[in-house]
Write a protein that binds this ligand. Sequence first.
Ligand code: GDP
Ligand code: MG
Length: 183
Amino acid sequence: MEAAGCRYQFRIALLGDAAVGKTSLLRRYVAGAPGTPAPEPGFDCAPTVGVEFYSRAMQLRAGLRVKLQLWDTAGHERFRCITRSFYRNMVGVLLVFDVTNRKSFEHIQDWHQEVIATQGPNKVIFLLVGHKSDLQSTRCISVQEAEELAASLGIAFLETSAKNNYNVDLVFNTLTDAIQQAL
Ligand code: GDP
Ligand code: MG
């Protein structure tokens, strides 16, 4: 996990149904302040593989610098045709659902299972993310229901909004803290 200029590199993925807001959340985090255009993503060798990643360096609590390599499924989640290589050496996963979309919430356990089934030797740290928290009037998944699911999976839960820039940094900081503690 050594990377140039940084002591560690963490490979992290965002998983969840299509249209829950994974790409928006990722780009918001990588761009930083609202209004900043997101950088162009990198590609995994051949762009036809259909996955993209973004990089961002950050400081861990202990002062160590770490480079996050953040992987996006780039539309392939729609067909559940994510290759095993996508999961290789993954140390963290954000399981993302849309708080206004019950199906996306119900599918979280399937995404969790898929990672468990393909993860290999690495221990993967998960975080459950209820996204689009700005849509309070049309939400159909309560905080309590999401917390119950997170507890049943033994993972933490946070709500986010890319639109309002709510908890965007916190979600990545929380995940990387947990990864660091598990190293
Ligand atoms: P992905 O398929 O999971 O990567 O989802 P996208 O990032 O492409 O977003 C799907 C749709 O949800 C787009 O129309 C986004 O503008 C919208 N969206 C993303 N994040 C938010 C958010 O925080 N709040 C609201 N209201 N809409 C969002
Ligand atoms: Mg996307």
